[in-house]
Design a protein around this ligand. Structure first.
Ligand code: CP
Length: 307
C-alpha cells in the first residue's frame, strides 16, 4: 500500500523529486490522466483551514472524486474507532483517505494492518508530524534561495507542542540546512537537540536566512495545564517585533505555518511585509498536496504513463 504519513519515510532523492514535482505543478505542468475514477475521503478530526481546503483544491485539480466526511456528524461520535472508520470508507469505495487527527502517530498501527488497502495521507497527527506542511515549506525555501544546502533557519516559539517544528527540523537537517531554535526555554523540546541548538531570539536574528515563527498553541497548553504568557508579554520577549525584524538580513524571509496570532508571535504588519512568505506558503500548499497525491496515484498505477 502506498501511504504518505511521514516525509522521513522517503529517500532524499524521492523527497527532492517531490519538491520539484510540486514546483513543476506550480509552473503549469499538466496533471496526469487517471485510468479510472479515483475517490478520496477527507477525514479531519481536528480543526483546519489551510490543510483541508488545499487538499480539496489539489484533489479537484487532479480530477479525483472528493468526499468530505463530516466527522462531527459521523459514527465516531458513537464510539467508532479511527481504524473502523478507515475500513468503512474503504468498503464504500474510497481509494485514498486524507486524515488529520489529534492522536500523535494515529497511523502507526493502521499502516501495519493488511486489511487496510486504501492509501492514507497524514494531514497532521497531534504533536507528531505534518508532512504536507513540511513539503510546502521546502518549496517556499527553494523558491527563495534556489537550494537547501547551508540555508540557516531559525524556528521560534512553541517548540514542544509543534508538529511543524518536529517535522521540518528533521527533514531540513537531512537536506543540509542549519537550524537554531528560540522561544521560552520552558517550551524547548530536547527531542529537537539532535537538529540544532537553542539560542536567544535576539542573538540569531542577523544570522538567519529563514525566520520561522510558530503559533503559540493556547488550546494544547490549556489542555496540558501549562502556564501561558499574556499576548503582549510573549510578543515583547520572543515575538518578531518590528524592531527585531530590522536586524534580519535584507535577503531573509519570514515564514509561519499559520494560523497566525497577530501581535503575539509576529507583529501584524510584518505578516504582509516584503520579507514575509506566509500567504505564499499557503499558495504553495496546493501544489505540495497535488504532488503528494499524484505520487501515490502514480505508484499505484492509477495514472496513464507519460508518452
Ligand atoms: N498550517 C496548517 O496546518 O493550518 P491549518 O491548521 O489551518 O490546516
Amino acid at each position: 500500500v502506498e501511504n504518505m504519513v511521514d516525509l522521513a519515510d522517503l529517500s532524499k532523492e524521492d523527497l527532492l523529486a517531490l519538491v520539484d514535482l510540486a514546483l513543476a505543478y506550480q509552473d503549469g505542468q499538466a496533471v496526469p490522466t487517471l485510468k479510472r475514477a479515483v475517490s478520496v475521503a477527507n477525514l479531519f478530526f481536528e480543526n483546519s483551514t489551510r490543510t483541508v481546503t488545499s487538499f480539496q483544491m489539489a484533489e479537484q485539480r487532479l480530477g479525483l472524486q472528493r468526499f468530505d466526511v463530516n466527522v462531527n456528524g459521523s459514527s465516531v461520535k458513537k464510539g467508532e474507532s479511527l481504524a473502523d472508520t478507515v475500513k468503512t470508507v474503504q468498503a464504500i469505495g474510497m481509494d485514498l483517505a486524507v486524515i488529520r487527527h489529534t492522536q500523535t502517530g494515529w497511523y502507526k498501527d493502521l499502516v501495519q494492518d493488511d486489511r487496510i488497502q486504501l492509501s492514507m495521507v497524514n494531514a497532521g497527527d497531534g504533536a507528531g508530524v505534518h508532512p504536507s506542511q513540511t513539503l510546502l515549506d521546502l518549496m517556499t525555501i527553494k523558491k527563495a534561495f534556489g537550494h537547501f544546502q547551508g540555508i540557516r533557519v531559525a524556528i521560534v516559539g512553541d517548540l514542544s507542542h509543534s508538529r511543524v517544528a518536529k517535522s521540518d527540523a528533521k527533514i531540513f537537517k537531512e537536506l543540509g540546512m542549519e537550524l537554531t531554535f528560540a522561544g521560552p526555554k520552558a517550551w524547548w523540546s530536547e527531542d529537537l537537540a539532535a537538529y540544532g541548538s537553542f539560542k536567544m531570539v535576539d542573538e540569531l536574528l542577523p544570522e538567519v536566512d529563514v525566520f520561522m515563527c510558530l503559533r503559540v498553541q493556547l488550546e494544547r497548553m490549556q489542555a496540558a495545564g501549562v502556564a501561558t504568557y499574556t499576548a503582549s508579554d510573549y510578543h515583547e520577549a520572543y515575538g518578531l517585533t518590528k524592531e527585531r525584524a530590522k536586524h534580519l538580513k535584507d535577503s531573509a524571509i519570514i515564514m509561519h505555518p499559520a494560523p497566525v496570532n497577530r501581535g503575539v508571535e509576529i507583529d501584524s504588519d510584518l505578516v504582509e511585509s516584503e520579507h514575509s512568505r506566509i500567504f505564499a506558503q499557503m499558495q504553495n500548499g496546493v501544489y505540495a498536496r497535488m504532488a503528494i497525491l499524484s505520487r501515490i496515484l502514480e505508484k499505484r498505477g492509477l495514472v496513464e504513463k507519460k508518452s
